[in-house]
Design a protein around this ligand. Sequence first.
Ligand SMILES: CC(C)(COP(=O)(O)OP(=O)(O)OC[C@H]1O[C@@H](n2cnc3c(N)ncnc32)[C@H](O)[C@@H]1OP(=O)(O)O)[C@@H](O)C(=O)NCCC(=O)NCCS
Length: 181
Amino acid sequence: MKAELDPAHAGGPERFDIVRMTAADIAEVTRIERASFTTTWPADAFYNELTTNKLAHYFVGRIGERIVGYGGIWVIFEDSHITTIAVDAEFRGRKFGEILLLHLLDEAIERGATWMTLEVRESNVAAQQLYRKYGFTTVTTRKGYYSDNDENALVMWAGNLKGDLYRARLNALRAALHART
Ligand SMILES: CC(C)(COP(=O)(O)OP(=O)(O)OC[C@H]1O[C@@H](n2cnc3c(N)ncnc32)[C@H](O)[C@@H]1OP(=O)(O)O)[C@@H](O)C(=O)NCCC(=O)NCCS
């Protein structure tokens, strides 16, 4: 599956393709994960997600053969949950994170989700900004959620994903990504 956006307009001159993550991608995804997060998943977590979790849908964003970002969701009837999303540090600030998030939203909506939630560190302003841009709001705080430094998690939700207002918002954001030169 290709990203719906024309990558030439969405992320600079490179072609940014989004495809389903496979087991062959895990080593490279893990490299990006270790460089992006202070707490990381157990070594077999991605493999288990890809092979045994029927609710899970994971994608990688590539420029040529190189994986530059990845993201995943769980979709459980009307609820969806972003489990992870990251862009390789040297490729940040070029809209790849936004294109990945839009892809996860499209995937969740296509699979019937009405709501989407995620947890984000209180200090992670960049990610929060991205989520707010896509209509996520903070509904609660989980105190000391992150065990490495006892940091709070903001629990953010977006919805109604199927409603006219949200669809209009997504279309406007998609159009703005298309319009980038
Ligand atoms: C969060 C992350 C995925 C964003 O990816 P990215 O490709 O760098 O972001 P984009 O270029 O697509 O930016 C899209 C939007 O994100 C927000 N954003 C991105 N970087 C930002 C920054 N440094 N400061 C503030 N807002 C930022 C902005 O809203 C931006 O939209 P704008 O350009 O219209 O202002 C990336 O920073 C990352 O991988 N971080 C480490 C992993 C992580 O924290 N994941 C989220 C866990 S909850």
